[in-house]
Design a protein around this ligand. Sequence first.
Ligand SMILES: NC(=O)c1ccc[n+]([C@@H]2O[C@H](COP(=O)([O-])OP(=O)(O)OC[C@H]3O[C@@H](n4cnc5c(N)ncnc54)[C@H](O)[C@@H]3O)[C@@H](O)[C@H]2O)c1
Length: 252
Amino acid sequence: MFELHDRVAIVTGSGSKKGIGRTIALSLAKQGAAVVVADLNLEGIEDTVNVIKEAGGRALGVELNVTSKESNEAMVEKVLQTYGRIDILVNNAGISQKVTVEDMTLEDMTRVFSVNMFGLFLCTQAVLETMRKQKFGRIISLSSVSAKRGGGVFGGAHYSASKAAVLGFSKNLAREVAQDGITVNCVAPGLINTDIWKALPEDQAKAVIGGIPMGRPGETEEIASTIAFLASPEASYITGEEIDINGGSHMD
Ligand SMILES: NC(=O)c1ccc[n+]([C@@H]2O[C@H](COP(=O)([O-])OP(=O)(O)OC[C@H]3O[C@@H](n4cnc5c(N)ncnc54)[C@H](O)[C@@H]3O)[C@@H](O)[C@H]2O)c1
């Protein structure tokens, strides 16, 4: 457990029922943070907010399309009106698509980058002024093992490229904002036990497991615990870093 009681955290893409974002949101709330559940999916937002409140946590649901500058700015305004500050941003919203480079269209490439990289940029930009004024901020973004290893099971080259872009962007930003008490880090999950994993045919699942030294997919809680650490006072001197969470499937 980490001490996050006075903290306000935004988790994008936290409306997915079996997704990583919901577990991150719940975990931060259990550690005391007021959590903003921000997603395109209204039903999912309501569900995550209820899950957090039932667990005794504080949560605010806000509709968000990360690809829209206006939507990000409106979300930040609502959070400031409600809580008066923003301490933690977890850039979790992301999309993928299984397609080869030969079959990929420019629209496919643009769609994936619009959410995974441009959306992350817009959302990050929207919180920076507040974090700079506070002289405190924690920005934590979801990259992926596929950024470093090339192709995962589910994504195409556009997905890998967008998640690699997240790493470069975060390191650059970490230098820009370090003097204002803002840290910027990434986590790079391997295959995680979400709906997408459960949909994999048995033979393919076995083949994938064979490539993971620990012999199993990761659990969403194993991503959330690392994010809670990066958000905590204990991680105060870590910035521009990326943590692999992949059961050994890729080792730097
Ligand atoms: N699941 C894995 O194995 C895995 C592995 C490595 C990295 N990741 C990354 O972790 C993050 C979460 O993955 P997940 O598997 O939980 O995904 P998910 O599909 O379950 O959840 C993604 C959420 O993002 C939301 N979203 C999509 N577009 C949006 C937009 N424009 N604005 C706001 N919200 C939007 C969706 O509504 C959804 O709730 C993603 O960035 C993904 O790339 C996942």
